[in-house]
Design a protein around this ligand. Structure first.
Ligand code: SF4
Length: 152
């Protein structure tokens, strides 16, 4: 595999990196294998935006991203998304596989901003920016439901 090209860009927490807000991961073995085989670059948009591990949980509320204590973390989320886009373009990524329901990575559903566990249709800041720039975004749940999404 040419290191200047990666077929996939994957949320780092899906490949076992403990970068979630609670310092945990959401590891999925089949996605780890894409990384181990040299086909994927891993990113954590929130870390790339300068947020710490662990950090307060955050949700999208209107056009802002707020954390559990009400702090506005929109700038960090936008910076992280921009950095992920730069990485995707640099490596010619063909498909982004991002963690569902995250305020950065969610691609179909997100939490509604009330921190009550309610979900609504929507997408995270990074997923939206990648799509806006022509990059196909799916989630780990899409892959589980339709493994043939993975590029041949
Ligand atoms: S920002 Fe994305 S990659 Fe980082 S922990 Fe959250 S879901 Fe995982």
């Amino acid at each position: 595999m040419n290191a200047s090209h990666f077929k996939y860009l994957i949320s780092a927490c899906l490949c076992g990196r403990n970068c979630r807000y609670n310092a945990g991961s959401s590891k999925i073995e089949s996605l780890c294998e894409l990384y181990r085989s040299g086909q994927a670059v891993l990113v954590c948009p929130e870390c790339l935006g300068g947020l710490k591990i662990p950090r307060a949980p955050a949700e999208i509320l209107g056009c802002r991203v707020v954390d559990f204590s009400g702090g506005d973390v929109s700038a960090a989320f936008r910076l992280g998304a921009e950095r992920v886009l730069q990485i995707a373009v640099k490596y010619g990524v063909e498909l982004a596989i991002l963690k569902e329901r995250s305020p950065s990575c969610g691609s179909r559903m997100i939490y509604d901003g009330s921190f009550s566990g309610r979900k609504i249709p929507g997408q995270g800041i990074t997923a939206a920016l990648l799509r806006k720039n022509g990059i196909t975004v799916v989630s780990e749940e899409d892959i589980a439901a339709s493994p043939d999404i993975l590029l041949k």
